[in-house]
Design a protein around this ligand. Structure first.
Ligand code: DGP
Length: 141
């Protein structure tokens, strides 16, 4: 497996070099909206520590990300009146991974509504801002 590339897009977001629609942050993990959501509220949860994917992440960082994914999933159920949550995580190109910093996709789902194809359409900034604010507020409790 190739080594971690610190120039990947999510590493730049983590360093504050690129913007994101932040939903949640703690000392180990960051959650922000996918700009090409497969459903409204589609959120990405990342460890702050460098990890290419599931195959090289440190167990503690993986545990921290899983805990944040669970928090985001609970908040998204309420904010989007969801009927369910799809959790996705891809490893290496053959596994569907495009950005090589480990991330989990937390995707709120409505019964009978299919997900859009991956990375098919950029959402409007005002919609992303609104969804991020609502999710962040729900996560603050
Ligand atoms: P994957 O590596 O296959 O899990 O997919 C990467 C996801 O990241 C894909 O759903 C689109 C999203 N994405 C790509 N570029 C950006 C970006 O610059 N910002 C955000 N928030 N999401 C991005």
């Amino acid at each position: 497996m190739p080594s971690y590339d610190p120039q990947n897009i999510f590493a730049k977001i983590l360093r504050g070099e690129l913007p994101c629609y932040k939903v949640y942050e703690d000392d180990k993990a960051l959650a922000f909206l996918d700009i090409m959501p497969r459903a409204p509220g589609h959120t990405l949860v990342l460890p702050k520590a460098p990890a290419r994917n599931l195959l090289d992440v440190k167990p503690d960082d993986l545990a921290a990300v899983a805990q944040v994914a669970q928090k985001v999933a609970s908040a998204a159920m309420k904010v989007f009146s969801a009927d369910g949550i799809t959790l996705q995580q891809f490893n290496e190109g053959a596994g569907g991974q495009v950005v090589f910093h480990l991330h989990f996709h937390v995707i709120p789902r409505k019964a009978g509504v299919p997900m859009k194809p991956p990375a098919s359409e950029k959402e409007k900034p005002e919609v992303l801002s609104d969804h991020a604010l609502k999710l962040a507020a729900a996560l603050k409790g």
